[in-house]
Design a binder for this molecule. Structure first.
Ligand code: PLP
Length: 376
């Protein structure tokens, strides 16, 4: 009998989440109820932010955060092409232009020097992405923003639990940071997101715009600005609250699995592992993505691993080479060589907090065999 397949990801939800959701269902307050402020307050406390606004997704959060830093029609926003497409899409929602700059080959985050070279007179904001949970160089990017008078929105959708170089938690800066709670994330509400900010004014505007432009103190059906329906239900907030209580444990689980992988994969020649944490920087472990050797055929590797019961996924494709971005903005191969090389070789391996050491070892030995060209 062949061993159980190893899935790519697996949400960890239990009796506590069930109880929390049932409590909301019985309360009859399914949206804009007490769980919303409770989740926001606890989340803000968890990351050390002054304010937090829960929203329906990370994408919705990015959209509102970009609006709150003043991005508008015709502006340019400098961002990373090595991200989930949502970060660039949110810029396009406002009819602004995402201007990509290449990434650092080690951290895979926006390279501050490349970002500086991409700044023009039309640039109004920077949108760094903490890809795979590894914090972008916010010291350099913050200084760059200051020099040019730019707003900053951090895409922290993959980075819950990460820490900046000074040891403070990602999401605790004055400028907005956006988190996401889709089912594969460190903490999940099924769908959902959170914007943290140090500014009460920013929170007020985000809270209004997520609710069709109605300020929290305004009457029902009165609206004083354009808004959206980006609300997060109380059911979702209850799910989030239940997990926040054991977030440290959940994050430690991912860190444990990452350490096991590092040990198990360390001897595979020319396989690049996620970068080590430098100085005070800490990764909020979200996925375990390796870069295959240049000579390896990634599609074939995915197929061969699948035949051996191991799920894996090319992750992530370069945004500028997606057909929409090519057609709309005229992008082509060769513009961002570091990103393109990394995007062509990146492979996400199974990764979830409850992964057993034996599962990690099995993934490692199957990958080793596949890369060595062993028959299935
Ligand atoms: C880097 C990044 N940005 C943005 C998002 C968008 O979040 P959501 O799927 O909740 O809209 C995600 C989530 O998948 C992400 O990984």
């Amino acid at each position: 009998m062949s061993p159980e397949p190893v899935p790519l990801a697996k949400p960890v939800l239990g009796a506590e989440e069930e109880r929390a959701v049932i409590e909301v269902l019985r309360s009859g307050r399914l949206s804009l109820g007490p769980k919303l402020a409770e989740f926001e307050g606890l989340f803000a406390e968890t990351v050390g932010a002054r304010h937090a606004s829960a929203v329906s997704s990370g994408t919705a959060g990015l959209h509102l955060a970009l609006r709150v830093v003043g991005v508008k029609d015709g502006d340019e926003v400098v961002t990373s092409p090595f991200s989930f497409v949502a970060s660039a899409n949110a810029v396009v929602f406002e009819r602004a232009r995402p201007v990509f700059a290449d990434i650092d080959p080690v951290t895979l985050d926006l390279d501050p020097q490349a970002a500086e070279a991409a700044v023009s007179t039309r640039t109004t904001a920077l949108l760094p992405v903490h890809i795979f949970g590894y914090p972008a160089d916010m010291d350099a990017l913050g200084a760059l923003a200051k020099r040019h008078g730019l707003g900053v929105v951090e895409d922290a959708c993959e980075a819950l639990g990460a820490r900046y170089a000074d040891g403070s938690v990602v999401g605790s800066l004055e400028s907005p940071a956006v988190f996401a709670f889709y089912a594969n994330k460190q903490l999940t509400t099924g769908e959902g997101g959170m914007v943290t900010t140090g500014s009460a004014q920013a929170k007020q505007r985000i809270d209004s715009e997520r609710n069709q432009g109605r300020a929290p103190d305004m009457d029902w059906l009165d609206h004083d600005r354009l808004g959206f329906n980006y609300r997060l239900s109380d059911i979702a907030c209850a799910l989030g609250i239940a997990q926040l209580g054991r977030l440290a444990e959940m994050l430690a689980g991912r860190r444990r699995v990452a350490a096991l992988y590092r040990e198990a994969l360390g001897d595979i020649e020319e396989l690049t592992l996620p970068c080590e944490e430098r100085g005070g920087l800490r990764r909020g472990w979200f996925v375990f993505v390796v870069q295959l050797p240049h000579a390896a055929d990634r599609d074939e590797t995915v197929r061969a691993l699948a035949a051996r019961g191991i799920q894996s996924k090319p992750y992530l494709p370069a945004i500028h080479l997606m057909s929409y971005y090519r057609e709309r903005f005229g992008h082509r191969e060769g513009e961002f060589p570091v990103c393109e090389d990394i995007a062509a070789r990146s492979l996400a391996l199974p990764f979830f907090p409850e992964m057993a050491e034996s599962q990690v070892e099995r993934v490692a030995s199957e990958l080793r065999a596949v890369l060595a060209g062993a028959p299935a």
